[in-house]
Design a protein around this ligand. Structure first.
Ligand SMILES: Nc1ncnc2c1ncn2[C@@H]1O[C@H](COP(=O)(O)OP(=O)(O)OP(=O)(O)O)[C@@H](O)[C@H]1O
Ligand SMILES: [Mg+2]
Length: 319
């Protein structure tokens, strides 16, 4: 295994999340399996409504799970857990949200917004200590300490996302779920926020689950990527292997949607549209299979044969 010797931080095993009623359930995600190692950035990519946020919210215990296990540092954290473990999970796993315009409480000052989580877990923390923590969290994300007394509407989108990041950092988490943290931002400031996230990762030894709906930025920041379609993961691999040999037709479609820097190539590019009817799963059922070390794909036996051929050809070409 390529991850030998690395510390497992999070394991998601056969996860299922349902909404709706018992009579009319809606299965938002099912058979979801992945591991996240300490210090890595693990990407989860898929189109709108595929279940990415649902998985993130299941990990932070907002969404109840209907099957499967979520194991954080060796302990099961879904379902009923002790108060003490719940407190630890609340502190150690944080989530950054997509829309910094909607996710901050407009009526509260930055000081309160940033320290709200801290107040919940450390109720008796003396005020000066809390203020110091807020100032430190703001400094960590490149904001001035005097911003603490201002309201969210006084800030730009990029600054507001920094406030959102400060709110998670103040908890001193080990693991951060960044749910489309740059999608709502102007293109010009996306890189700044990404650079900030990767700087913080190095400085504080953070582990990220990075959620996005397209693959374009993921190549630069993710160590491994899982591709999700309609609530099921269809492919998972180290980033470079996934870009070199996308096997599932849905992954190929996502890759073809990445804009190319060369305008001529971009104009002549062929967009691949994914059609789920391309699979013949009536008899030969798909399974989640490891096709090369660390590279998993949802495929049936006939598809696996084709995938093996593709990998063998690409191996011959590159050697
Ligand atoms: N609380 C809920 N109650 C009922 N259905 C829900 C709930 N939360 C999510 N869903 C449904 O579950 C599916 C997955 O939603 P989810 O928000 O996880 O998608 P997503 O991949 O994060 O999409 P996006 O890229 O738009 O954020 C959708 O069909 C959504 O409507
Ligand atoms: Mg979402």
């Amino acid at each position: 295994m390529q991850h030998e010797g690395r510390e497992l931080l999070l394991q998601v095993k056969d996860l299922e999340v349902r909404f709706g009623t018992k009579r009319h359930p809606f299965i938002a995600v099912q058979h979801v399996n992945f591991d996240i190692y300490k210090g890595e950035t693990f990407g989860l990519v898929g189109e709108s409504g595929s279940g990415k946020t649902t998985i993130g919210r299941a990990i932070i215990r907002i969404n109840p799970t209907s099957a499967g296990d979520i194991i954080f540092k060796g302990e099961k954290i879904n379902g009923p857990i002790s108060k003490e473990l719940d407190r630890r999970v609340t502190q150690q796993i944080q989530m950054i949200f997509q829309d910094p315009m909607a996710s901050l409480n407009e009526r509260a000052k930055v000081d309160y917004i940033v320290s709200e989580g801290l107040i919940n877990v450390a109720k008796d923390m003396p005020r000066p200590q809390r203020e110091k923590s807020v100032a430190q969290a703001l400094a960590d994300v490149g904001l001035l300490p005097e911003f603490a007394s201002r309201f969210p509407h006084e800030f730009s989108g990029g600054q507001r996302q920094r406030i959102g990041i400060a709110r998670s950092l103040i908890m001193e988490p080990e693991f951060i779920i960044a749910d489309e943290p740059i999608s709502a931002l102007d293109v010009s400031i996306r890189a700044q926020v990404l650079n900030l996230l990767s700087h913080l990762q190095r400085k504080k030894g953070l582990t990220y689950l990075f959620i996005a709906h397209d693959l374009s930025v993921m190549r630069f920041i993710c160590d491994r990527i899982a591709v999700i379609h309609k609530g099921q993961i269809v492919e998972m691999s180290e980033t470079e292997k996934l870009f070199a040999n996308p096997l599932h037709p849905y992954t190929q479609a996502l890759l073809s949607a990445i804009p190319l820097p060369d305008p001529l190539l971009e104009r002549n590019k062929k967009l691949i549209i994914y059609d789920p009817a391309c699979h013949d799963y009536a008899v030969d059922k798909p399974r989640w299979q490891e096709i090369e070390p660390g590279h998993f794909v949802l495929a049936n036996e006939q598809e696996m044969e084709g995938h093996r051929e593709q990998l063998a050809t690409s191996c011959r070409i590159s050697s």
